[in-house]
Design a protein around this ligand. Structure first.
Ligand SMILES: [Zn+2]
Length: 169
């Protein structure tokens, strides 16, 4: 039984990306936010997989896809413990931890209507990360503070589509 479990968990892909140690319950939000949900490539998604380190975690494996910097940042905001492994010929050629930037630019909207970032001026949003976990960020313009469940993400590919994240943390 143990062997079978292990095999299911680490079912290998020939080439692509494995996003591991995603906070349990966030895999679908990450797929949605990064736009990976629109990929035609083969994907395996594990939700609430048992994990030695974090009890439960989510995991995403996607063939033939490598993440860009924006997608990595989006993942870091939702799951600061996530690791990204790049796979070639069934082997991990690179493994890295996502790194949350000190300031988050453009990826998040400030919902404060009087904030200058909503004034119609060509000003991109910018937030300072006050705390990573639990996440606390502050708009550099109006100084409003947001927790993870209050964040509204921007998305280039899906303008107007608001990403719903898991409310219960
Ligand atoms: Zn603001």
């Amino acid at each position: 039984m143990k062997m079978l479990e292990e095999k299911l968990k680490i079912d290998k892909i020939p080439k692509g990306t494995v996003i591991d140690h995603i906070d349990a319950g966030y895999a679908l939000t990450i797929l949605n936010l990064t736009g990976l949900d629109e990929s035609k490539n083969l994907m395996t998604i594990g939700v609430n997989v048992s994990s030695k380190k974090y009890q439960t975690k989510d995991i995403i494996k996607i063939e033939n896809v490598f993440l860009d910097e924006t997608q990595m940042q989006q993942i870091s905001i939702l799951s600061p413990n996530a690791t990204i492994s790049l796979i070639e010929n069934y082997k991990v050629i690179e493994k890295k931890k996502v790194k949350m930037p000190k300031t988050i630019k453009k990826l998040i909207l400030c919902v404060n209507q009087t904030c200058i970032s909503n004034s119609g001026e060509p000003i991109s949003t910018e937030f300072t990360v006050l705390e990573e976990k639990p996440l606390k960020i502050q708009c550099v313009y109006c100084e409003r503070i947001y927790k993870l469940e209050e964040i509204v993400f921007t998305s280039k590919e899906k303008k107007g589509k608001k990403v719903k994240q898991r409310i219960q943390l």
